[in-house]
Design a protein around this ligand. Sequence first.
Ligand code: HEM
Ligand SMILES: *[C@@H]1O[C@H](CO)[C@@H](O)[C@H](O)[C@H]1NC(C)=O
Ligand SMILES: *[C@@H]1O[C@H](CO)[C@@H](O)[C@H](O)[C@H]1NC(C)=O
Ligand SMILES: *[C@@H]1O[C@H](CO)[C@@H](O)[C@H](O)[C@H]1NC(C)=O
Ligand SMILES: *[C@@H]1O[C@H](CO)[C@@H](O)[C@H](O)[C@H]1NC(C)=O
Ligand SMILES: *[C@@H]1O[C@H](CO)[C@@H](O)[C@H](O)[C@H]1NC(C)=O
Ligand SMILES: *[C@@H]1O[C@H](CO)[C@@H](O)[C@H](O)[C@H]1NC(C)=O
Ligand SMILES: *[C@@H]1O[C@H](CO)[C@@H](O)[C@H](O)[C@H]1NC(C)=O
Ligand SMILES: *[C@@H]1O[C@H](CO)[C@@H](O)[C@H](O)[C@H]1NC(C)=O
Ligand SMILES: *[C@@H]1O[C@H](CO)[C@@H](O)[C@H](O)[C@H]1NC(C)=O
Ligand SMILES: *[C@@H]1O[C@H](CO)[C@@H](O)[C@H](O)[C@H]1NC(C)=O
Length: 509
Amino acid sequence: MKLDFTPTLLSFVLCAGTLTSAANIRNVRALVPRRQSSLLINNTAYPELPSAAQANSSAAAAGLNLTNVQGDILIGMRKKKELFYFFGISDATTFKAKLKKEILPRITTTTQLLDVSTQPTTALLNIAFSHPGLLTLNVSLGNDTLGDPAFAAGQLQSVTGTNNILGDPGTKNWVPQFLEKKIHGVILMASDTVDNINSELKTIKSCFGDSIAEIYTLEGAARPGAEEGHEHFGFMDGISNPTISGLPPPNPGQAVVPAGEILLGEKNDTVQRPDWAKDGSFLVFRQLKQLVPEFNKFLADNPISAPGMTPKQGSELLGARMVGRWKSGAPIFLSPNADDPALGNDSMRNNDFNYTDPGGPVPPTNQTKCPFTAHIRKTRPRADLPSEDTGRHIVRGGIPYGPEVSDDEASYNQTKTERGLAFVAYQSNIARGFEFLQKSWAGNPDFVHKGEGFDPIIGANQGNPRPVTGLDPKNLNATTTLVTDFIVSRGGEYFFSPSLSAIANTLTV
Ligand code: HEM
Ligand SMILES: *[C@@H]1O[C@H](CO)[C@@H](O)[C@H](O)[C@H]1NC(C)=O
Ligand SMILES: *[C@@H]1O[C@H](CO)[C@@H](O)[C@H](O)[C@H]1NC(C)=O
Ligand SMILES: *[C@@H]1O[C@H](CO)[C@@H](O)[C@H](O)[C@H]1NC(C)=O
Ligand SMILES: *[C@@H]1O[C@H](CO)[C@@H](O)[C@H](O)[C@H]1NC(C)=O
Ligand SMILES: *[C@@H]1O[C@H](CO)[C@@H](O)[C@H](O)[C@H]1NC(C)=O
Ligand SMILES: *[C@@H]1O[C@H](CO)[C@@H](O)[C@H](O)[C@H]1NC(C)=O
Ligand SMILES: *[C@@H]1O[C@H](CO)[C@@H](O)[C@H](O)[C@H]1NC(C)=O
Ligand SMILES: *[C@@H]1O[C@H](CO)[C@@H](O)[C@H](O)[C@H]1NC(C)=O
Ligand SMILES: *[C@@H]1O[C@H](CO)[C@@H](O)[C@H](O)[C@H]1NC(C)=O
Ligand SMILES: *[C@@H]1O[C@H](CO)[C@@H](O)[C@H](O)[C@H]1NC(C)=O
């Protein structure tokens, strides 16, 4: 059959309220225009995604239903363009009716996203709700928190509470809308063009009408050309994400975690939850501004000096040691002196290491090749801990936002237009996942070894200077004190991404 519906025509039909029976909704799913090319970035640095059939069958054998899981949760950072649409619910009854009849059929499932032939023009990857949002929908939360006190309290509380868990310098840099606690939910849309997203947004807005109000939006976009997939400091991102057991076998070095570490109610999620929460996940959103010209100036001013190395190479080495990978994605542990793009873009090799040397001690004691403080070593210590089995994994699904650095910004070493990372992390327990990584690892100068200092990328010290060791391979105990936070938190919120069955049977009744 030839599919020549335009998205606009489809949205007209869909939102006119003429298609309401379950059978018709199935037809609409089938009629959504098919793509010729994937809406996801296909880069050999990323582990190849399984086909839907492969994923389905191994998941089914493990008792997992990937068609019940919203599309963004297990996929990772592979989006080309993405819109984050934060809304408040003004009329819960109408909202529920529209969500059930018109939006639910548009939500892209994990299964659908895995094959190009079933991907929609624009993926509605996720609709997720804040705690006030779930209360507005009158959903029963069991013990009121869905088993997650951090979610229930909201992200603001993790900065302004008695314990500033996230280490932000207060909320002075926060986007005001994240301070108001009026956000009830967020919709994530992704495609390969902004036009496609705008067209989907128009459909969604016309469906919900006055039942929701826009509070804030953020547009993400992969960086242009060869920088596609790289975050704004220039480093390939999204290489290392865990997979859940039940999916096809992992890539070498990829962590495999019990499904319940990411999805509620699955194996190894031991927290008491209402039944309907099964197969949902907590979505942590953070708008993390990156001071790119300032970061580059710091590297230019402090090159690591080594025999035969130019200052420019020394600066690149410093940046790589702060992250733990070179800009190509090659791990410095495997290529300590220079970038190796062929290693960086080879997903069979670029994650296959654990900081131990053959015959060397376990846990490793040597940080010559990779500082203990490097961002990827702090956030996933691998063999530095007795076991990977830590329960501390998150699936990162963010995307860069903001323009490229202008010539003017580069020459003055000063950010004039905001850019950064629209950080997204999924896990079944926010305190064990994102918050623990941010506070107890990246922001803990005594982890994994006493006195080693902060993660120089994301370690946060409430705006105070941040001592870091391990950066200079010739003098590993030397302390570098970072006086600039190259990443500035603009705040965010905690959300719950329900399963499709929860949307159909609980959230919309
Ligand atoms: C603007 C902020 C950030 C930047 C620029 C950034 C950059 C990077 C880069 C370049 C990588 C290496 C690529 C990869 O392994 O996928 C990475 C990995 C990672 N990041 Fe970040 N990151 C940021 C924020 C965060 C935050 C807030 C967290 C969690 C609290 C986090 C947790 C991780 C984890 C868990 C890994 C994978 C480590 C591994 O498995 O080896 N990142 N990040
Ligand atoms: C991604 O690229 C690989 C190798 O270049 C290719 O085999 C694969 O079919 C591509 N996948 C998609 C979804 O485009
Ligand atoms: C995956 O499973 C779902 C139901 O669990 C089914 O609707 C879908 O057709 C399956 N997809 C593939 C490619 O097997
Ligand atoms: C998987 O989940 C989808 C969406 O909730 C549902 O329609 C389907 O019946 C489920 N499949 C199985 C095998 O439970
Ligand atoms: C939620 O519950 C309140 C109080 O019971 C009721 O007034 C309101 O109409 C309910 N809203 C919806 C959308 O069910
Ligand atoms: C699963 O949870 C059990 C009980 O908490 C724990 O002993 C086990 O190590 C966990 N397994 C993994 C792979 O995390
Ligand atoms: C990987 O990098 C190497 C070296 O830069 C390059 O020759 C090769 O074409 C790249 N491969 C892919 C698939 O990007
Ligand atoms: C640490 O590793 C470096 C590089 O692999 C090696 O040259 C050095 O001898 C090691 N130091 C110790 C104390 O093992
Ligand atoms: C580290 O990786 C090597 C292979 O690369 C493996 O032989 C070793 O068992 C791993 N060690 C730990 C502690 O995971
Ligand atoms: C920007 O920083 C570089 C490196 O420190 C320096 O050479 C240059 O003079 C700085 N530019 C301005 C306008 O200060
Ligand atoms: C560096 O610090 C460690 C831990 O405090 C210590 O064992 C080691 O001797 C120090 N190395 C040098 C060269 O000072």
